[in-house]
Design a protein around this ligand. Sequence first.
Ligand code: EPU
Length: 431
Amino acid sequence: MEKYRIQGGNRLHGEVEISGAKNAAVAIIPAALMVEGVCRIENLPQISDTDTLLLILESLGARVRMINPSTVEIDATHATWSGADYDRMRKIRASYYFVGSMLGRFGVARTTMPGGCNFGVRPIDQHVKGMNALGAEVEVSDYIDARAPGRRLRGSSVYLDKVSVGATMNIMIAAVLAEGRTVIENAAREPHIVDLANFLNSMGADVRGAGTDTIKVRGVERLHGGTYAIIPDQIEAGTYMAATAACGGEVLIRNVIPKHLDCISAKLREMEVIVEEYPESVLVRSTGRLRRANVKTQPYPGFPTDMQPQIGVALAIADGTSVITEGVWDNRYRYINELRKMGAQVQVDGRVAVVEGVKTLTGAGVAACDLRAGAAMVIAGLCAQGVTMVEDIHFIERGYQDLVGKLQNLGADIRIVDEPDEPVRRTAAAG
Ligand code: EPU
């Protein structure tokens, strides 16, 4: 089994280039099913989630051609809605976007229930509510089966009961080819929502208001081919910012949109980290002991839940007591049990974690419980004394392009080893 072996203690220095945004790419690829013509997508992150989605598109009859590692051409002109690679669909959360794109293009959809990281119950009721509002009948079992009368959705108003990234994007995708106008209220506002809207518009859609809580979509007859470049990944950038904060050093993080990082930069400044913004990069400098801070995760523009474990590691070695409140997911503290094995002092009660900063963490054998928890374990290993072995790294590879290579370039001592070591002892979920 492959693991990361990390010898902790090196400061990080140099430059790192951020890849395309995972959570934009995983919606844009399924949305490409609706495009009749060649759709060229640039700045595609090279991660296993995008590979899986491209294979699912191929199983639906789309032609997929890699032009270079970060550029793909998709031609879904002759694609269909049935016979997808359901085993792959089941493994990945973002497969639910095929419900929107199949329904939009064909008026009928069949997908599996989505997989993905496990942090408590992940309902899809708001997705279903949206598809129902657009006139589709939806049946949910092991599969999601949906059908629009007359094989075309009808525009409508949808008020989301909960701010949901996935439901906002799925309804937006479905509405693009619906008859008439759709209004999504209480919509999520994450940068990847704007990116999906820009992608759809560049293929001939009429989506307005993305980035606000009201999105208006005027249905068009068809989408045409075009070229689109995905925005940089806010969370990948934030992960290197947190790593630099925790390890000390100075890193220029390139190919970012600094505005998307505002809440992360502000929190790190509170922790005595220097963050300088440039037009397309941020410089992070960390020299002394970090200062404590409180963090509450919220939908954008709040502090992202997908950065909670990484900042949690930095707080674990900060001076003083910090309080983390998880405002999005019920159970996103499973990494705390792993972090405790390295000497962290953290108490979890429901959605609140109280972190007593310690001077240093100590290397240990730990598991990546999910994608961001895995990134957090890597940061913990990098700033700990001694050797850390991280297992279940396939979770990390779902969402970080070449994490090991990028960290090595910054001077980190991390490598992939393939050893039949004793499996890491599992602990029960926290909270
Ligand atoms: N929710 C509902 N009903 C729904 C949908 C969501 O109650 O129908 C609830 C969820 O239980 C949660 C909250 O609404 O409490 C927010 O969920 P959301 O729908 O926004 O999450 P998601 O679309 O399933 C995406 C990202 C996650 C990220 C969240 C929040 C993808 C594939 N996943 O999930 O990313 O944590 O938005 O920003 O885009 C990650 O990248 O590590 C990751 C987990």
